[in-house]
Design a protein around this ligand. Structure first.
Ligand code: PMP
Ligand code: GLN
Length: 387
Protein backbone atom coordinates (compact mmCIF):
# COMPACT_ATOMS: atom_id res chain seq x y z
CA UNK A 1 0.00 0.00 0.00
CA UNK A 2 1.36 3.43 -0.87
CA UNK A 3 1.37 6.29 1.60
CA UNK A 4 -0.51 8.62 -0.76
CA UNK A 5 -3.97 7.47 -1.77
CA UNK A 6 -5.53 10.73 -2.78
CA UNK A 7 -4.22 12.93 -5.58
CA UNK A 8 -5.09 16.56 -6.11
CA UNK A 9 -5.79 17.19 -9.83
CA UNK A 10 -2.76 18.74 -11.50
CA UNK A 11 -3.01 20.56 -14.83
CA UNK A 12 0.49 20.06 -16.08
CA UNK A 13 2.19 23.14 -17.44
CA UNK A 14 4.27 20.86 -19.66
CA UNK A 15 1.84 18.07 -20.58
CA UNK A 16 3.89 16.83 -23.54
CA UNK A 17 7.26 16.90 -21.78
CA UNK A 18 8.91 13.80 -20.33
CA UNK A 19 12.36 13.24 -18.79
CA UNK A 20 15.14 14.67 -20.95
CA UNK A 21 16.90 12.31 -23.33
CA UNK A 22 20.21 13.18 -21.60
CA UNK A 23 19.04 11.79 -18.26
CA UNK A 24 17.36 8.83 -19.95
CA UNK A 25 20.42 7.73 -21.91
CA UNK A 26 22.94 8.33 -19.12
CA UNK A 27 20.79 6.29 -16.76
CA UNK A 28 20.49 3.48 -19.30
CA UNK A 29 24.25 3.55 -19.86
CA UNK A 30 24.90 3.23 -16.10
CA UNK A 31 22.31 0.46 -15.74
CA UNK A 32 23.93 -1.61 -18.53
CA UNK A 33 27.54 -0.63 -17.89
CA UNK A 34 27.80 0.83 -21.38
CA UNK A 35 30.49 3.26 -22.51
CA UNK A 36 28.70 6.56 -22.14
CA UNK A 37 29.09 8.79 -25.20
CA UNK A 38 25.58 10.15 -24.72
CA UNK A 39 25.18 13.12 -22.33
CA UNK A 40 27.75 15.83 -23.05
CA UNK A 41 30.38 15.77 -20.35
CA UNK A 42 34.06 14.76 -20.16
CA UNK A 43 35.19 11.50 -18.54
CA UNK A 44 38.43 13.25 -17.50
CA UNK A 45 38.72 15.59 -14.56
CA UNK A 46 39.07 19.35 -14.40
CA UNK A 47 42.34 21.02 -13.40
CA UNK A 48 43.60 19.94 -9.92
CA UNK A 49 44.87 23.52 -9.45
CA UNK A 50 41.33 24.80 -9.93
CA UNK A 51 40.04 22.34 -7.33
CA UNK A 52 42.77 23.52 -4.93
CA UNK A 53 41.58 27.08 -5.45
CA UNK A 54 38.02 26.14 -4.42
CA UNK A 55 39.41 24.59 -1.24
CA UNK A 56 41.53 27.67 -0.60
CA UNK A 57 38.59 30.06 -0.93
CA UNK A 58 36.46 27.86 1.29
CA UNK A 59 39.20 27.83 3.94
CA UNK A 60 39.57 31.59 3.55
CA UNK A 61 35.96 31.96 4.63
CA UNK A 62 34.19 32.73 1.34
CA UNK A 63 31.23 30.61 2.31
CA UNK A 64 28.28 32.99 2.44
CA UNK A 65 25.99 34.45 -0.23
CA UNK A 66 27.71 36.13 -3.15
CA UNK A 67 26.44 39.43 -4.55
CA UNK A 68 23.30 38.92 -6.64
CA UNK A 69 25.03 39.49 -10.00
CA UNK A 70 28.14 37.48 -9.11
CA UNK A 71 31.44 38.01 -7.30
CA UNK A 72 32.97 41.29 -8.67
CA UNK A 73 36.40 39.67 -9.25
CA UNK A 74 34.79 37.04 -11.48
CA UNK A 75 32.74 39.58 -13.42
CA UNK A 76 35.90 41.60 -14.02
CA UNK A 77 37.73 38.53 -15.31
CA UNK A 78 34.81 37.71 -17.60
CA UNK A 79 34.87 41.27 -18.94
CA UNK A 80 38.59 41.03 -19.77
CA UNK A 81 38.16 37.59 -21.33
CA UNK A 82 35.40 38.90 -23.59
CA UNK A 83 37.38 42.01 -24.43
CA UNK A 84 40.37 39.93 -25.40
CA UNK A 85 38.44 37.34 -27.40
CA UNK A 86 35.78 39.47 -29.09
CA UNK A 87 37.13 42.99 -28.87
CA UNK A 88 34.02 43.94 -26.98
CA UNK A 89 33.80 46.34 -24.02
CA UNK A 90 31.47 44.92 -21.39
CA UNK A 91 30.70 46.70 -18.13
CA UNK A 92 31.08 44.15 -15.29
CA UNK A 93 28.75 46.22 -13.10
CA UNK A 94 25.79 46.29 -15.43
CA UNK A 95 26.25 43.80 -18.30
CA UNK A 96 27.26 40.48 -16.68
CA UNK A 97 25.38 38.13 -14.37
CA UNK A 98 26.88 34.88 -13.10
CA UNK A 99 24.34 32.05 -13.25
CA UNK A 100 23.94 28.44 -12.24
CA UNK A 101 25.02 27.15 -15.64
CA UNK A 102 23.78 28.24 -19.03
CA UNK A 103 20.49 26.40 -18.49
CA UNK A 104 19.46 28.81 -15.75
CA UNK A 105 20.66 31.76 -17.83
CA UNK A 106 18.52 30.63 -20.77
CA UNK A 107 15.43 30.13 -18.61
CA UNK A 108 15.96 33.48 -16.89
CA UNK A 109 16.44 35.34 -20.18
CA UNK A 110 13.33 33.83 -21.73
CA UNK A 111 11.27 34.41 -18.58
CA UNK A 112 12.32 38.03 -18.33
CA UNK A 113 11.65 38.83 -22.00
CA UNK A 114 8.86 36.58 -23.31
CA UNK A 115 5.23 37.39 -22.62
CA UNK A 116 2.05 35.52 -23.51
CA UNK A 117 1.76 34.79 -27.24
CA UNK A 118 5.16 36.21 -28.08
CA UNK A 119 6.69 34.17 -30.87
CA UNK A 120 10.20 32.80 -30.52
CA UNK A 121 12.02 31.38 -33.54
CA UNK A 122 13.81 28.15 -32.67
CA UNK A 123 16.01 26.21 -35.07
CA UNK A 124 15.70 22.44 -35.09
CA UNK A 125 17.34 20.23 -34.07
CA UNK A 126 17.31 22.41 -30.96
CA UNK A 127 18.82 22.08 -27.50
CA UNK A 128 16.07 20.66 -25.34
CA UNK A 129 15.68 23.41 -22.76
CA UNK A 130 14.55 26.15 -25.18
CA UNK A 131 11.01 24.97 -25.91
CA UNK A 132 9.94 24.23 -22.30
CA UNK A 133 11.32 27.62 -21.21
CA UNK A 134 9.22 29.33 -23.88
CA UNK A 135 6.09 27.29 -23.09
CA UNK A 136 6.32 27.93 -19.35
CA UNK A 137 6.07 31.62 -20.18
CA UNK A 138 3.09 31.10 -22.52
CA UNK A 139 5.21 32.06 -25.49
CA UNK A 140 4.98 30.28 -28.83
CA UNK A 141 7.93 28.43 -30.29
CA UNK A 142 8.07 28.77 -34.08
CA UNK A 143 10.24 26.01 -35.50
CA UNK A 144 12.52 26.14 -38.49
CA UNK A 145 14.60 23.17 -39.55
CA UNK A 146 18.28 23.58 -40.19
CA UNK A 147 19.06 22.26 -43.66
CA UNK A 148 21.41 19.35 -44.14
CA UNK A 149 23.85 17.90 -44.70
CA UNK A 150 25.68 20.83 -43.09
CA UNK A 151 22.69 21.99 -40.96
CA UNK A 152 22.71 25.63 -42.05
CA UNK A 153 20.01 28.22 -41.30
CA UNK A 154 17.60 28.68 -44.23
CA UNK A 155 17.27 32.47 -43.97
CA UNK A 156 14.47 32.75 -46.54
CA UNK A 157 12.34 30.44 -44.39
CA UNK A 158 13.10 32.65 -41.36
CA UNK A 159 11.82 35.73 -43.19
CA UNK A 160 8.64 33.86 -44.11
CA UNK A 161 7.68 33.00 -40.52
CA UNK A 162 8.34 36.46 -39.11
CA UNK A 163 5.25 38.31 -37.88
CA UNK A 164 4.50 41.35 -35.73
CA UNK A 165 4.55 38.94 -32.79
CA UNK A 166 8.10 37.67 -33.38
CA UNK A 167 9.94 38.69 -30.23
CA UNK A 168 13.05 36.59 -30.11
CA UNK A 169 15.31 34.40 -32.24
CA UNK A 170 17.39 31.76 -30.44
CA UNK A 171 20.72 30.98 -32.02
CA UNK A 172 23.14 28.31 -30.86
CA UNK A 173 26.64 28.47 -32.35
CA UNK A 174 28.60 26.15 -32.28
CA UNK A 175 25.47 24.08 -32.47
CA UNK A 176 24.40 21.19 -30.26
CA UNK A 177 23.76 18.50 -31.54
CA UNK A 178 25.02 19.01 -35.12
CA UNK A 179 28.30 20.90 -34.54
CA UNK A 180 27.50 23.47 -37.23
CA UNK A 181 28.96 26.95 -36.83
CA UNK A 182 27.55 30.29 -38.02
CA UNK A 183 29.47 32.05 -40.80
CA UNK A 184 30.04 35.76 -41.43
CA UNK A 185 27.32 35.58 -44.12
CA UNK A 186 24.91 34.15 -41.55
CA UNK A 187 25.62 37.06 -39.24
CA UNK A 188 24.94 39.48 -42.11
CA UNK A 189 21.66 37.77 -42.95
CA UNK A 190 20.67 37.91 -39.32
CA UNK A 191 21.45 41.60 -39.12
CA UNK A 192 19.46 42.25 -42.26
CA UNK A 193 16.44 40.40 -40.85
CA UNK A 194 16.30 42.05 -37.43
CA UNK A 195 17.56 45.56 -38.08
CA UNK A 196 14.15 47.15 -38.64
CA UNK A 197 12.30 45.07 -36.05
CA UNK A 198 12.03 44.90 -32.27
CA UNK A 199 13.43 41.41 -32.16
CA UNK A 200 15.66 40.21 -29.35
CA UNK A 201 18.38 37.62 -29.85
CA UNK A 202 19.33 34.88 -27.46
CA UNK A 203 22.78 33.58 -28.40
CA UNK A 204 23.78 30.29 -26.80
CA UNK A 205 27.58 30.23 -27.14
CA UNK A 206 28.46 27.58 -24.56
CA UNK A 207 30.80 25.86 -27.05
CA UNK A 208 32.65 29.11 -27.90
CA UNK A 209 36.06 27.47 -27.42
CA UNK A 210 35.36 24.42 -29.54
CA UNK A 211 35.63 25.38 -33.21
CA UNK A 212 37.83 23.21 -35.40
CA UNK A 213 39.92 23.28 -38.57
CA UNK A 214 41.07 26.85 -37.94
CA UNK A 215 37.50 28.11 -38.08
CA UNK A 216 36.50 31.07 -35.97
CA UNK A 217 33.70 31.33 -33.44
CA UNK A 218 31.70 34.36 -34.49
CA UNK A 219 30.34 35.58 -31.22
CA UNK A 220 27.47 38.03 -31.47
CA UNK A 221 29.57 40.18 -29.13
CA UNK A 222 31.76 41.00 -32.15
CA UNK A 223 28.81 42.68 -33.86
CA UNK A 224 27.87 45.96 -32.12
CA UNK A 225 24.61 46.34 -34.05
CA UNK A 226 23.43 42.87 -32.99
CA UNK A 227 24.93 42.97 -29.51
CA UNK A 228 22.58 45.79 -28.53
CA UNK A 229 19.62 43.39 -28.73
CA UNK A 230 21.30 40.20 -27.50
CA UNK A 231 21.45 38.10 -24.36
CA UNK A 232 24.47 35.80 -24.66
CA UNK A 233 24.96 32.59 -22.69
CA UNK A 234 28.16 30.88 -21.60
CA UNK A 235 29.04 27.86 -19.45
CA UNK A 236 32.20 27.33 -17.39
CA UNK A 237 31.26 23.65 -17.24
CA UNK A 238 32.06 23.25 -20.94
CA UNK A 239 35.21 25.34 -20.89
CA UNK A 240 36.83 23.97 -17.74
CA UNK A 241 35.60 20.34 -17.85
CA UNK A 242 33.43 20.63 -14.75
CA UNK A 243 29.82 20.42 -15.95
CA UNK A 244 28.81 19.34 -12.43
CA UNK A 245 29.71 22.72 -10.98
CA UNK A 246 26.82 24.27 -12.92
CA UNK A 247 28.37 27.69 -13.31
CA UNK A 248 27.90 30.00 -16.27
CA UNK A 249 27.02 33.57 -17.10
CA UNK A 250 24.91 35.84 -19.25
CA UNK A 251 26.14 38.96 -21.01
CA UNK A 252 23.63 41.58 -22.16
CA UNK A 253 23.42 45.36 -22.48
CA UNK A 254 22.41 47.08 -19.23
CA UNK A 255 18.79 47.76 -20.26
CA UNK A 256 18.21 44.02 -20.87
CA UNK A 257 20.33 42.89 -17.94
CA UNK A 258 18.24 45.01 -15.59
CA UNK A 259 15.19 42.90 -16.44
CA UNK A 260 17.21 39.66 -16.43
CA UNK A 261 18.35 40.37 -12.88
CA UNK A 262 14.81 41.03 -11.68
CA UNK A 263 14.02 37.39 -12.49
CA UNK A 264 17.43 36.00 -11.51
CA UNK A 265 17.14 37.40 -7.98
CA UNK A 266 13.96 35.43 -7.27
CA UNK A 267 14.87 32.32 -9.20
CA UNK A 268 18.16 31.77 -7.39
CA UNK A 269 19.37 35.09 -5.96
CA UNK A 270 23.05 34.21 -6.41
CA UNK A 271 25.28 31.22 -7.17
CA UNK A 272 28.01 29.27 -5.34
CA UNK A 273 30.50 31.72 -3.79
CA UNK A 274 33.82 29.81 -3.41
CA UNK A 275 33.55 28.40 -6.94
CA UNK A 276 33.18 31.94 -8.28
CA UNK A 277 36.34 33.09 -6.50
CA UNK A 278 38.22 30.04 -7.75
CA UNK A 279 37.11 30.61 -11.35
CA UNK A 280 38.07 34.28 -11.11
CA UNK A 281 41.63 33.29 -10.12
CA UNK A 282 41.79 30.55 -12.78
CA UNK A 283 40.66 32.93 -15.54
CA UNK A 284 43.66 35.17 -14.90
CA UNK A 285 45.67 32.86 -17.15
CA UNK A 286 44.10 32.66 -20.65
CA UNK A 287 46.17 29.55 -21.45
CA UNK A 288 43.72 27.71 -19.22
CA UNK A 289 41.10 27.90 -21.96
CA UNK A 290 42.81 28.95 -25.17
CA UNK A 291 44.10 25.48 -26.11
CA UNK A 292 40.78 23.72 -25.78
CA UNK A 293 39.89 23.71 -29.49
CA UNK A 294 43.16 21.91 -30.33
CA UNK A 295 42.62 19.35 -27.60
CA UNK A 296 39.08 18.59 -28.78
CA UNK A 297 40.04 18.62 -32.44
CA UNK A 298 42.57 15.87 -31.71
CA UNK A 299 39.82 13.90 -30.02
CA UNK A 300 37.43 14.42 -32.93
CA UNK A 301 40.10 13.35 -35.42
CA UNK A 302 41.01 10.31 -33.35
CA UNK A 303 37.37 9.25 -33.05
CA UNK A 304 36.72 9.69 -36.78
CA UNK A 305 39.89 7.84 -37.73
CA UNK A 306 38.95 4.98 -35.43
CA UNK A 307 35.48 4.61 -36.95
CA UNK A 308 36.60 5.23 -40.53
CA UNK A 309 36.11 1.56 -41.39
CA UNK A 310 32.71 1.28 -39.69
CA UNK A 311 29.43 1.41 -41.58
CA UNK A 312 28.49 4.77 -40.05
CA UNK A 313 28.49 7.79 -42.39
CA UNK A 314 29.50 11.23 -41.20
CA UNK A 315 30.54 14.77 -42.04
CA UNK A 316 33.28 15.87 -39.57
CA UNK A 317 31.79 18.15 -36.94
CA UNK A 318 32.89 21.81 -37.16
CA UNK A 319 32.49 22.61 -33.47
CA UNK A 320 31.24 21.42 -30.02
CA UNK A 321 32.34 18.06 -28.61
CA UNK A 322 29.69 16.13 -30.49
CA UNK A 323 29.83 14.10 -33.69
CA UNK A 324 26.66 13.09 -35.51
CA UNK A 325 26.77 9.66 -37.20
CA UNK A 326 24.31 8.31 -39.77
CA UNK A 327 23.50 4.66 -39.14
CA UNK A 328 21.22 4.09 -42.15
CA UNK A 329 23.64 1.51 -43.61
CA UNK A 330 23.40 -0.51 -40.39
CA UNK A 331 19.73 -0.45 -39.43
CA UNK A 332 16.32 0.89 -40.43
CA UNK A 333 15.17 1.07 -36.82
CA UNK A 334 13.93 4.36 -35.34
CA UNK A 335 16.69 6.34 -33.68
CA UNK A 336 15.46 6.09 -30.07
CA UNK A 337 15.07 2.32 -30.32
CA UNK A 338 18.39 1.94 -32.11
CA UNK A 339 20.20 4.07 -29.50
CA UNK A 340 18.68 2.03 -26.67
CA UNK A 341 19.57 -1.25 -28.34
CA UNK A 342 23.12 -0.03 -28.95
CA UNK A 343 23.39 0.81 -25.25
CA UNK A 344 21.89 -2.40 -23.92
CA UNK A 345 23.31 -4.96 -26.37
CA UNK A 346 26.50 -3.38 -27.71
CA UNK A 347 27.32 -1.29 -24.62
CA UNK A 348 27.84 2.08 -26.28
CA UNK A 349 25.45 4.89 -25.37
CA UNK A 350 24.68 7.83 -27.68
CA UNK A 351 21.91 10.40 -28.10
CA UNK A 352 19.27 9.98 -30.82
CA UNK A 353 18.47 13.19 -32.70
CA UNK A 354 14.67 12.96 -32.91
CA UNK A 355 14.10 14.35 -29.37
CA UNK A 356 15.67 17.60 -30.63
CA UNK A 357 12.74 18.04 -33.05
CA UNK A 358 9.10 19.01 -32.45
CA UNK A 359 7.98 16.51 -35.11
CA UNK A 360 9.78 13.32 -34.24
CA UNK A 361 10.58 11.92 -37.67
CA UNK A 362 13.37 9.50 -38.12
CA UNK A 363 16.60 10.51 -39.81
CA UNK A 364 18.77 7.62 -38.59
CA UNK A 365 21.12 9.99 -36.82
CA UNK A 366 22.86 9.58 -33.46
CA UNK A 367 25.03 12.06 -31.57
CA UNK A 368 28.25 10.84 -29.93
CA UNK A 369 30.18 12.89 -27.35
CA UNK A 370 33.95 12.66 -27.90
CA UNK A 371 34.93 14.60 -24.74
CA UNK A 372 36.43 11.35 -23.48
CA UNK A 373 39.81 9.83 -22.71
CA UNK A 374 41.49 8.38 -25.80
CA UNK A 375 41.15 4.86 -24.40
CA UNK A 376 37.40 5.37 -23.94
CA UNK A 377 37.10 6.44 -27.58
CA UNK A 378 39.18 3.44 -28.66
CA UNK A 379 37.00 0.98 -26.75
CA UNK A 380 33.82 2.54 -28.12
CA UNK A 381 35.14 2.62 -31.69
CA UNK A 382 36.07 -1.07 -31.58
CA UNK A 383 32.43 -1.86 -30.85
CA UNK A 384 31.05 0.60 -33.40
CA UNK A 385 33.25 -0.90 -36.13
CA UNK A 386 31.71 -4.35 -35.56
CA UNK A 387 28.15 -3.19 -36.24
N1 PMP B 1 23.19 25.13 -24.16
C1 PMP B 1 23.68 24.12 -24.86
C2 PMP B 1 23.67 24.19 -26.34
C3 PMP B 1 24.19 22.99 -24.21
O1 PMP B 1 24.66 21.97 -24.92
C4 PMP B 1 24.16 22.94 -22.81
C5 PMP B 1 24.62 21.72 -22.11
N2 PMP B 1 25.69 21.94 -21.39
C6 PMP B 1 23.66 24.05 -22.12
C7 PMP B 1 23.16 25.11 -22.82
C8 PMP B 1 23.59 24.08 -20.63
O2 PMP B 1 24.79 24.37 -20.02
P1 PMP B 1 25.00 24.25 -18.43
O3 PMP B 1 25.43 22.87 -18.17
O4 PMP B 1 26.02 25.26 -18.13
O5 PMP B 1 23.67 24.57 -17.81
N1 GLN C 1 24.40 19.78 -22.69
C1 GLN C 1 24.49 18.38 -22.42
C2 GLN C 1 24.28 17.60 -23.69
O1 GLN C 1 23.90 18.14 -24.69
C3 GLN C 1 23.50 17.88 -21.43
C4 GLN C 1 23.11 18.78 -20.34
C5 GLN C 1 21.98 18.16 -19.59
O2 GLN C 1 22.00 16.97 -19.30
N2 GLN C 1 20.99 18.93 -19.34
O3 GLN C 1 24.47 16.43 -23.66
Amino acid sequence: MTMHQMQIPIFSKLPKTGTTIFATMSQLAAQHQAINLSQGYPDFDCSPALIELVYKYMKDGHNQYAPLAGVPALREQIASKVNRAYDCAVNPETDITVTSGATQAIYTAITSMIRENDEVIVFEPSYDSYTPSILLNNGRPIYIRLEGPDFHIPWKAVKKVMTARTRMIIINTPHNPTGSVLSAEDMEELHHIVKDNNILLLFDEVYEHMVFDKGEHLSVLKYPALRDRSLVMYSFGKTFHNTGWKLGYCIAPAYLMKEFRKVHQYLIYCVNTPLQYALAAHLEDPSHYEGIADMYQQKRDLFLELIQKSRFKFVPTQGTYFQVLDYSAISTEKDIEFAKELTIKSKVASIPLSPFYSKKDNQHLLRFCFAKKDETLERAAQILCKL
